[in-house]
Design a protein around this ligand. Structure first.
Ligand code: COI
Length: 355
């Protein structure tokens, strides 16, 4: 159990318009910070005013990108309570990121305690307008000033929080996705299955290309054959073809999303067959031509459930469900957000109250 010291901001910022939050633009009054020093371990957990931090220009994170991050949300329920969604899953995923990135582990219960402590302090920042939440961003950076390549001896674990609305401008309206056939995101043995900033830095070139062509996001193919669909820039991806739901297996190159896992559990509960076999992009194009491609949607903490209305692969443009949200996508959206915002009973035991 962490011994968290509180030295809170005395001046409060004015809150942004909850009807116009967009994603990741505003930050709360305080942040969580904890240090790691080789030989001592994690120490000095504290919640302090949100402000710039000072780092040595030689801090290893700047040069060799040894870092990790997570994303989860706090939701305000109709009776004014605040709850988190499956924070243990984010804590466990951060552990798998740390294992791969040679970063010292943070115990699951300490991660959850730290998130809850910050949200509890920042309760007033959890918005109540429909579709809004407080996005929580835990991250760890390597801080040792050192230019030789090796794991750092010192780290900072920080948690910041940001009131957010929809991730995409489109909101719950279908997004257009560009299938990347030039660059790759991940290969077996690499870092595709963890949450490290470098994965996202390396994806920017394709995102820019997609935007220039009028698409919101990129759908990545596997890095070896460029044949099988993997994930979208900030989401996992699901395809409903002839009544069966397909999503890429998380065997090394795909991020094991908490929303992905929750959708699979809901779909199984509802009696759907969910296949985690690898799915070739050409099968999706063929299914579309045969009239069997029913729905495509992305899942993610930031993006929630995002219907895909159009897919472009090479010169082929596939329009999905006439560019409208599909029935199953809508049902998943309603159920998942219903549980997250406390509007329907949480039969799955996924939510955690914040006092
Ligand atoms: C999330 O969905 O929380 C993510 O971390 C994706 C992100 C890159 C916005």
């Amino acid at each position: 159990m962490l011994d968290i010291k509180f030295n809170l901001a005395t001046e409060k910022k004015s809150k942004p318009d909850p009807n116009n939050l967009s994603f990741g633009k505003y930050y709360t009054d305080n942040m969580f910070v904890m240090d790691y020093t080789e030989g001592i371990g994690w120490h000095d957990a504290r919640i302090v005013p949100y402000e710039p931090i000072s780092l040595d220009p030689a801090a290893m994170v700047f040069h060799y990108a040894q870092e990790s991050f997570e994303g989860l949300k706090a939701y305000r329920t109709p009776n004014g309570e605040i709850q988190l969604f499956r924070p243990d899953r984010n804590a466990a995923r951060m552990q798998s990121t740390h294992q791969r990135m040679c970063i010292p582990q943070i115990p699951v219960e300490d991660f959850i305690q730290a998130c809850k402590a910050l949200v509890s302090v920042e309760k007033d920042w959890v918005p109540s307008v429909e579709g809004t939440s407080l996005y929580i961003r835990p991250f760890v950076i390597a801080t040792e000033p050192h230019l030789g390549v090796k794991p750092s001896d010192t780290y900072l674990f920080m948690i910041i929080a940001s009131p957010v609305g929809a991730y995409y401008e489109e909101g719950i309206n279908p997004v257009k996705i560009y299938v990347e056939d030039e660059y790759v995101r991940a290969t077996p043995g690499g870092t595709g299955f963890i949450k490290c900033g470098g994965n996202y830095a390396a994806s920017l070139i394709s995102q820019v290309k997609a935007h220039d062509l009028g698409y919101s996001q990129v759908l990545w193919l596997d890095g070896i054959e460029k044949k099988y669909v993997e994930e979208v820039g900030s989401m996992n991806c699901f395809f409903k073809i002839g009544g069966v739901i397909y999503t890429a297996p998380t065997c090394g190159t795909v991020l094991p999303g908490v929303t992905r896992m929750s959708c699979i559990e809901l779909l199984n509960k509802w009696g759907y067959t969910v296949s985690e076999e690898r799915l070739p992009i050409t099968d999706i194009i063929a299914a579309s031509k045969e009239g069997k491609l029913e729905e495509i949607f992305g899942t993610g903490t930031a993006a929630v459930i995002s219907p895909v209305g159009e897919l472009r692969y090479e010169d082929e443009v596939v329009v999905v469900n006439n560019g409208k949200i599909g029935e199953l996508t809508q049902k998943l959206y309603d159920t998942l957000t219903g549980i997250q915002w406390g509007k329907i009973p949480d039969e799955m035991g996924w939510t955690v109250k914040v006092d």
